[in-house]
Design a protein around this ligand. Structure first.
Ligand code: E4P
Length: 218
């Protein structure tokens, strides 16, 4: 079964989605912490983990391998649910190769824009390869093709890394990611809300209730 993650650090959005019973995890990044109005990554991540009781990704700020490793050592103690997000850079792969050797070395390799970066993330021991489909599309490239190719490569070599479709912008990205074989989809709350409804459902429900009132009051 594909997993649904929410791409936000806002607690009210996470609580609402969790109450629907379909939420498997949450991804955050420094921009999303900024949007949630907090610089206290630890407390916010722990609050999120308490709500979702599933995978929560928290990103490092360092850009050098040693700094990432030191940050990861701390981040991974915040909660049993935490995955540390490491960027797909040469320094990032260096850090992933070390962190993945730890007993609690749960890694979400982030900022992936090509199947080759995803392949390196898998080789370095990441649990998730986060492909930024929306940003690829924004640049006039085909984000979903990167998801499809990564899926095929991971399957060809039975790589133990999950394909995570990130930077999802609209419900069509969700359908396309599922068809492309993504294991996990992370999306902003407005996309999840749009996914959950349809104007046809609303119109159908309105008509059913109108007709019911007619017959009930007859
Ligand atoms: C997920 O892990 C990413 O941080 C996120 O999907 C980025 O999305 P954006 O391109 O909308 O910022």
């Amino acid at each position: 079964m594909a997993l649904i993650f929410l791409d936000t650090a806002k607690l009210e959005e996470i609580s609402e989605a969790a109450s629907w019973g379909i939420l498997d995890g949450v991804t955050t990044n420094p921009t999303l912490m900024f949007r949630a109005g907090t610089a206290d990554r630890k407390t916010q991540t722990q609050r999120i983990a308490e709500i979702v009781k599933g995978s929560v990704s928290a990103e490092v700020i360092s850009t050098d391998a040693q700094g990432m490793i030191e940050e990861a050592r701390e981040i991974l103690t915040w909660s049993e649910y935490v995955y540390v997000k490491i960027p797909a850079t040469p320094e990032g792969f260096k850090a992933m190769s070390v962190i993945s050797g730890w007993p609690n070395g749960r890694i979400n390799a982030t900022l992936i824009f090509s199947p080759n970066q995803a392949f390196l993330a898998a080789k370095a021991g990441a649990s998730y390869a986060s492909i930024f489909v929306g940003r690829l599309d924004d640049a006039g490239l085909d984000g979903m093709e990167v998801v499809r190719q990564t899926r095929a490569i991971f399957d060809n070599y039975a790589l133990d890394c999950q394909v995570l479709a990130a930077s999802i912008r609209h419900p069509a990205h969700v359908t396309q990611s599922l068809l492309a074989g993504a294991d996990i989809l992370t999306m902003p709350f407005p996309v999840l809300k749009k996914m959950a409804g349809s104007p046809f459902t609303d119109a159908g429900l309105k008509k059913f209730l109108e007709d019911w009132r007619k017959v009930a009051n007859a």
